[in-house]
Design a protein around this ligand. Structure first.
Ligand SMILES: NC(=O)c1ccc[n+]([C@@H]2O[C@H](COP(=O)([O-])OP(=O)(O)OC[C@H]3O[C@@H](n4cnc5c(N)ncnc54)[C@H](OP(=O)(O)O)[C@@H]3O)[C@@H](O)[C@H]2O)c1
Length: 337
């Protein structure tokens, strides 16, 4: 019997959870037309029922009980938008094991457990999608995994962390110190109270691990390649780059050389007038080099509730369409070889 409704649960209702809710609410009728069924949020898992929210939602949607979501047969898709390793990793595995399809924005959990998630999804005939985990709104995983799948990818390099790009851009433009710009970035919501994950390159390394799996079909743990953050970049370094018509960017880069993947996250000097050199402020940009299509350049918003919610909704809609068409047991988006 043709499905008329697809049920979704959101795990987390912070920035990305609320952005996803908004993307679905705003485009509800359009999404219904595209899917051929209503896509309906049935439950939202949070830590605190009484917390202030960016968006008001009916109180009966909120729960603190993950089991309620797991056992609800009306929930087809679980979107994990909580972040962190635990309990997110366990929730993703439990949802897949229960035969629910999973969408996640959680690069930290993916970078640690992608092979295991893929195996669990395959064993339980569930779909796993994670476009939002790398570069927010920019469709880089879909571009690599679908549109460019007929290519041998030779390198992927990009600016994948908006916080550090914002800091480096302002330091270079204003001659301002790292400490002053970081304080401003925190006040404006571009940097977290504890910025370590961003400024030391851990976030970019997690995203690079996910990108490597998509581009080269191999799993590389984020601690298996070089990772240097931006805390050592000085105003003198930026001025020296400027004097040569260059800028310093925190690049995440993976390249195939003689069958090996060479990868790193580190500050790199690039031509000011190059694609990556021109990507300023909190924007993200990725360049993909491949043997048939030639270079591909993607740029856009790498974070923020609605841009990231847009990527989450793209994955939810793809799965919802597959459910409606009866093709939902398809391949993982990133098949590891
Ligand atoms: N922010 C972005 O722009 C962005 C972009 C791309 C990817 N991501 C990824 O998206 C994920 C979410 O990020 P975010 O910025 O939306 O985080 P956030 O604003 O801190 O929101 C986290 C949400 O998860 C809930 N939560 C956390 N731990 C929980 C637990 N143990 N049980 C139940 N609920 C729990 C919180 O509940 P309470 O509200 O009750 O505390 C909150 O609603 C992360 O993996 C992040 O890396 C974020």
């Amino acid at each position: 019997m043709k499905r008329t409704e697809i049920g979704v649960a959101l795990l987390g209702f912070g920035n990305v959870g609320s952005g996803t809710y908004r993307a679905l609410e705003e485009n509800f009728a359009l999404i219904e037309k595209k899917v051929g069924a209503k896509v309906v949020i049935k439950k939202i898992l949070v830590r605190r029922l009484d917390a202030a929210r960016r968006i008001d939602v009916p109180a009966e949607l909120l729960t603190t009980n993950f089991e309620e979501i797991l056992k609800d047969p009306k929930i087809d898709i679980v979107a994990e938008l909580m972040g962190g390793i635990n309990p997110a990793t366990g929730f993703i595995k439990a949802a897949l094991t229960a035969g629910k399809h999973v969408v996640t924005a959680n690069k930290a959990a993916l970078a640690l457990s992608l092979p295991e998630f893929n195996k669990t999804a395959a064993f339980h005939h569930a779909m796993l999608r994670y476009e939002a985990s790398v570069c927010g709104a920019i469709p880089v995983i879909g571009c690599i995994s679908r549109a460019l799948t007929g290519n041998r990818i030779t390198s992927v390099k990009g600016i994948v962390n908006g916080t550090t790009n914002y800091i480096l851009t302002r330091m270079a433009a204003e001659g301002a110190s790292y400490e002053d710009v970081l304080k401003d970035a925190q006040a404006l919501g571009f940097a977290e109270a504890d910025p370590t994950g961003d400024v030391e390159g851990y976030d970019a390394a997690n995203k690079l691990s996910v990108l490597i799996a998509a581009a080269f079909g191999v799993y590389r743990a984020p601690d298996s390649f070089e990772r240097v953050g931006i805390t050592g970049v000085t105003m003198d370094d930026l001025a020296a780059a400027e004097s040569e018509g260059k800028v310093i960017k925190l690049l995440a880069c993976a390249e195939e050389k003689d069958g090996q993947i060479e990868a790193y996250v580190k500050p790199v000097t690039v031509e000011k007038d190059s694609f990556l050199g021109r990507c300023g402020s909190e924007f993200n940009a990725v360049q993909i080099d491949c043997n048939m299509a030639g270079p591909i350049f993607l740029q856009g918003k790498g974070a923020g509730p609605e841009p990231t919610g847009s990527a989450v909704m793209g994955d939810i809609i793809e799965i919802a369409q597959a459910i409606v068409n009866g093709t939902e047991h398809a391949q993982p988006v990133t098949a590891l070889m």
